[in-house]
Design a protein around this ligand. Structure first.
Ligand SMILES: Nc1ncnc2c1ncn2[C@@H]1O[C@H](COP(=O)(O)OP(=O)(O)O)[C@@H](O)[C@H]1O
Ligand SMILES: CC(=O)OP(=O)(O)O
Ligand SMILES: [Mg+2]
Length: 399
């Protein structure tokens, strides 16, 4: 009987899952994968075999939470892989705070530490922890490993991590952590395999999904990133504004009399593409298809802000050798990639329009001084890798 590992990646708009065999060495082999979209409103699951063949589709009648869908998910997976035995589950946990800088086996103490981090990531942390507790109840024999989005950014120098507040705030943990680290760790490792000439150089990776950020990679390690203390900072996102003048917060609280809960809701759930488009959508596909001027304005702002922050990270890297697009928008939207790249001509970026329209691995021209690539991310593979390393007592090799 083959042992398997389940990787769970709960994002702000979906639950992605993937099942891996533990038999194949350092990198577990993919057996099946899938996603549950619209978790909060109308959950629908799609499960595919490793070769992409559709295995199953399920639509739940009621809106649910992860707790409600997880038992069905486990049943559906074991029905498809009857001959394998699930031995461990790895979880993406968005915030590891100041102390959790590497994947950890789940213990009661760890869960208590994670509970304390919930206010730092209101859109994610509680959703990340919920399936861990449900699984302790449903399947107490399973080993569980928490893999942190913040961990990969531990290599950021102090000058990039520091916030310009009085020193005692930093001592209390108010510093820039960065997120999407599992995605950037995967992209960095993948670059080492497919573009070793780039992986040693100065690269910006753009994780453009529902949440969005940039990471400046030097020699494969994070030296700066656009998200900071929380997953609110940096780029404009599906429902978050990105970098915001803190004076706006004071104004909302003092002059408009908004409560803290209202401001939190505004910043995490009602801003970004959704807010600027006038509630048309947070989904880039819907905005691109819309003829409403407000949809166009939301897209234009997303591109403008993204290009500006690429400039800032290019300065942190003292130049640019490579640029990588990844995640939902980055991997699938030629229109957005082109619009961003058109604003990077001053950096020597030149796009090959055919390659870009075809989502080719390299989308820059020969003449471009920056090699622009699409690298599909695989946070689940990274989670499975760390989980296998933890449960088999191996140390994870450094990225
Ligand atoms: N073909 C496409 N064109 C434009 N945007 C796309 C396309 N496919 C996916 N997306 C965008 O990708 C986003 C989801 O990205 P993803 O990385 O899966 O997000 P998350 O992990 O945060 O749930 C969607 O909100 C959608 O806007
Ligand atoms: C950290 C973060 O924003 O994650 P996601 O893109 O999954 O929302
Ligand atoms: Mg994601």
């Amino acid at each position: 009987m083959t042992d398997t590992i389940l990787a769970l990646n709960v994002g702000s708009s979906s639950l992605k899952f993937a099942l891996f065999s533990t038999d194949s060495g350092e990198w577990p082999e993919l057996l099946l994968r899938g996603a549950i979209e619209e978790l909060a409103t109308a959950p629908r699951l799609k499960m595919q075999a490793a070769d992409g063949t559709l295995l199953q589709e399920v639509v739940w009648k009621d809106s649910g939470d992860i707790d409600a869908v997880l038992p069905s998910l486990l049943d559906l997976i074991s029905a498809k892989r009857e001959r394998e035995k699930l031995v461990a589950v790895g979880h993406r946990v968005v915030h590891g705070g100041r102390d959790l800088s590497a994947p950890q086996l789940v213990t009661t103490d760890l869960l208590t530490a994670l509970d304390d981090l919930v206010p730092l990531a209101p859109l994610h942390e509680a959703q990340n922890i919920a399936p861990i507790r449900t699984l302790i109840r449903l399947r107490p024999e399973l080993a569980q490993v928490a893999c942190f989005d913040t961990a990969f950014h531990r290599t950021m120098p102090d000058v990039a991590a520091r916030i310009a507040l009085p020193r005692d705030y930093e001592a209390a943990g108010i510093r820039r952590y960065g997120f999407h680290g599992l995605s950037y760790e995967y992209v960095s490792r993948r670059l080492r395999e497919i573009a070793p000439h780039l992986s040693k150089g100065r690269v910006i990776a753009a994780h453009l999904g529902n949440g969005a950020s940039l990471c400046a990679l030097q020699d494969g390690r994070s030296i700066d990133t656009t998200m900071g203390f929380s997953a609110l900072d940096g780029l404009m996102m599906g429902t978050r504004p990105g970098a915001l003048d803190p004076g706006v917060l004071l104004h909302l609280l003092q002059q408009r009399g908004m409560s803290v809960a209202q401001v939190e809701d505004l910043l995490y759930r009602r801003s970004g593409l959704l807010g600027v488009s006038g509630n048309i959508a947070s989904d880039m596909r819907v905005l691109i298809a819309s003829s409403e001027p407000s949809a166009r304005e939301a897209i234009d702002l997303f591109i403008y802000r993204c290009a500006g922050q690429i400039g800032a990270l290019a300065s942190a890297l003292n130049g640019l050798d490579g640029f990588v697009f990844t995640a939902g928008i980055g991997e699938h939207s030629p229109i957005i990639r082109k619009a961003i790249c058109d604003r990077l001509q001053w950096l020597g970026v030149e796009i090959d329009e055919d390659a870009n329209s075809n989502n080719a691995p390299v989308i820059s021209t020969e003449a471009s001084t920056v090699e622009v690539r699409i690298v599909p991310t695989n946070e689940e593979a990274m989670i499975a890798h760390h989980t296998l390393s933890r449960v088999s007592g191996l140390r994870t090799p450094d990225a």
